[in-house]
Design a protein around this ligand. Sequence first.
Ligand SMILES: [Zn+2]
Length: 276
Amino acid sequence: MGEAKRARSATAKLLEQHPYCCLCGGIRIATTREHVPPRALFDRSHRPDRLVVPACDDCNRGTSTADLVVSLVARWRFDEITDSEAYDHSRLAARLRKQAPEILSEWTKLGLIDRKKARRHLREHGLDIPLNGPVVSIGAKTIPLLNLFAHKFTLGLYFDHISQPLPSTGGVFATFKTKEDVAAKGMPRELVELFPRTRALLQGVWDTTEQFVYRYDENRSEGLFGCLARLRTGLFVFGLAVKDLSWLPAAERNDFTPPDRLLGRLNDPAFGRRAA
Ligand SMILES: [Zn+2]
């Protein structure tokens, strides 16, 4: 069987078993298999065929720029990148230039003085950036996309672990951290200890742990799921999903987004802020 034909038959099989999109609370019919995290995150966009979830056209299209942005940000690192990573990075950046040029402008808008300032700031936080290392600005255009991705990612993993879409009675709380955040403060120990189990994308002897790994905990009967993921060297995602928001105290409910409202939050000012 050719690759295209195999992909078509895998899609048909998944959609037969799970006809509703797992990213918008199952309110729309799924039409495609969505890779969570995306193929572009992996070397040469090549990844094991696990963590593939049913999605509708709206969610697929509505999160594609976020996927691309994450695939680039996750490749940023303090030390020098390999030739292979540089190749992938320039290929993906070219795609982003076509799809959302305003994001690339935001990353590169720092002038020489700002670059020096940014570098000094990072050095004061104990991060000595090599002069050839990228110093970029993650700002108002990038942050909502990283937040969107963190939520989508948590919904995708929820589906994979619980075997049904998070319903619109439920909600997701998710945040991201960059490598600078983690290098400056580390990962909170209580967060790491919260999730005892670790999982990576494996297929036979093919192990992609260096590119992606996550810790998690789940309670299938109560529809609770939480995860802490590392995406390559540059990005970390923390997420919680709850099947029924009415179980939470009212004050905490506001932090959670019902899945059917997720795409609409891209223009919400609160989504443009980074979590503390
Ligand atoms: Zn959807």
